[in-house]
Design a protein around this ligand. Structure first.
Ligand code: GLU
Length: 490
């Protein structure tokens, strides 16, 4: 059997971590099996689906580097790939279920259904549709129709027995049919429900494996019953574990950013996001942590998707991100940093290519996310330096910092060459001349020039800032020290 899988998002918001992982697992499984990856947009909920969300989902998938073989923008034999354009398929399937006696029209109003549920609750029963329209006569139906009522079509559930499947991730899962009820297939407004449209499309699109989050486990028995009523062979199911936040609760907005787009805005590169998502519930051998998408496409198996909840660990995401940033070829790294800074509103038009290259080089391993270009590298991007309070407080504690900063400004002024090498020579010469330990000269200078206690190498900092700006910052810090230090010393 050839492998055909699908990612079937509902376009009711951004692509979130869970959905992105589902999309990724589907692509990885398809590619590892030489199969086909289908994208289908489940937009039958006309009130909540928006074109903006659809676009946001496409953008996020593309940003991740995911590519579907069939679907919107690509086409394929089994289209259309928007459920909103597949109405006739659902209608045809409904007619078949009706003919088989597996679907029936039910005419209750929302108020009547509510009253039914209330009565059940009062009796201590769990609310469920009681099947009251199961056996309406032709005359009764006609009377409802004549009264202007439009029916919802419900599935006629088998009276007893169980519905079970062998889940690739979790093993055998079984539901007693009696805990289900005659669920709706097509609503009175003519729109199919998720469970119905999903099955009709999975059959039409020849889906062999349904890989999705475990929040859909309770839908699976209903879907299996529809397959059986349509006399279609069901696909295999694989329900990946849920994703938890660091506090052990299901990952949600409370935990901060969860949309894929937001991670990009925070400076995560797509290679790292893909790598990280793959490890949310899957592992190759419990040791190997770094993968490219191409590697994952070779080694991924559903058998190694775990049933235990996966925990979203931000520190791990950042570590993986740092590793991928390190691996980028330099021109690529430069391009990513530049694009990130531009998107954040930094005007780099006055900067030479050489300056930008040196800037990125100076960030070195401090670049754990692209956003570090803005924090660690912020000193070089703005006209004025902003002192971090702790860094400035530590500078105030340093004896005669103003003298040292002023002397350093003088040495830099005297260095007419202004190259990285001449800057280094000038600073070392000053330290030797004054008998100041190199570190005691550099530490206050670092705060004065960058506003922070940690920064790229001091020679590079001076070189990136240029002579004028370096001198100005050193002198301004010296003056401020002289004004504040005596009071600070108390
Ligand atoms: N539209 C459903 C969702 O976004 C798809 C579930 C499935 O994969 O069957 O949750």
């Amino acid at each position: 059997m050839s492998v055909r899988v699908r990612f079937a998002p509902s376009p009711t918001g951004f692509l979130h971590v869970g959905g992105a992982r589902t999309a990724l697992f589907n692509q990885l499984f398809a590619r590892s099996q030489g199969g086909v990856f289908v994208l289908r947009i489940e937009d039958t909920d006309t009130e909540r689906s928006t074109d903006t969300s659809t676009q946001a989902i496409f953008d996020a998938l593309r940003w991740l580097g995911l590519t579907w073989d069939e679907g919107p923008g690509v086409g394929g034999e089994h289209g259309p790939y928007f459920q909103s354009e597949r109405g006739e398929h659902y209608l045809a399937a409904l007619r078949r279920l009706e003919a088989a006696g597996a679907a029936y029209p039910a005419y209750e109003t929302p108020e009547e259904l509510e009253a039914m549920r209330e009565a059940q609750t009062q009796r201590g029963e769990s609310p469920r549709y009681d099947g009251r329209a199961r056996d309406l006569s032709g005359a009764e139906r006609a009377a409802f129709e004549a009264a202007g009522r439009r029916p919802a079509w419900r599935f006629r559930l088998p009276a007893s027995g169980e519905t079970a499947w062998d889940d690739i991730v979790r093993g055998r899962i079984a539901f007693q049919n009696e805990v289900l009820d005659d669920f709706v297939l097509v609503r009175s407004d003519g729109l199919p429900t998720y469970n119905f449209a999903c099955v009709v499309d999975d059959i039409a699109m020849r889906i062999s494996h349904v890989v999705r989050g475990d929040d859909h486990i309770s839908n699976t028995p209903r879907q299996l019953l529809i397959y059986s009523a349509l006399a279609a062979a069901p696909p295999r199911f694989a329900h990946a574990s849920m994703i938890l936040g660091p506090d052990g609760k299901r990952l949600s907005k409370r935990h901060g950013a969860t949309s894929v787009e937001a991670f990009g805005e925070q400076g995560i590169v797509p290679e790292a996001m893909v790598n990280f998502l793959a490890l949310l519930g899957w592992a190759l051998d419990g040791k190997t942590e770094l993968f490219t998408l191409a590697e994952l496409e070779r080694v991924f198996t559903l058998e190694r998707v775990g049933a235990n909840p996966a925990v979203f660990d931000t520190a791990k995401l950042e570590w993986i991100n740092a590793q991928h940033l390190k691996r980028l070829a330099e021109p690529d790294r430069i391009a990513r940093v530049t694009a990130f800074l531009r998107a954040r509103g930094h005007d780099l038009s006055g900067r030479s290519e050489a300056w930008i290259r040196e800037f990125v080089h100076a960030l070195g391993d401090r670049l754990k996310t692209l956003a570090d270009a803005e924090t660690v590298g912020g000193f070089a991007l703005a006209e004025d330096v902003t002192y971090e309070p702790d860094a400035w407080a530590s500078l105030l504690q340093r004896p005669q910092a103003d003298d040292k900063l002023t002397a350093l400004a003088g040495a830099i002024a005297a260095d007419s060459e202004g190259s990285l090498a001449s800057i280094e020579a000038a600073i070392r010469a000053l330290a030797a001349e004054r008998g100041i330990k190199f570190g005691d000269l550099v530490a206050p200078a670092r705060v004065a020039l960058t506003g922070r206690s940690a920064s790229p190498g001091i020679f590079e900092v001076v070189h990136l800032l240029g002579r004028e700006q370096s001198m100005a910052r050193l002198r301004a810090a010296a003056a401020r020290w002289a004004a504040e230090a005596p009071a600070a010393a108390g």
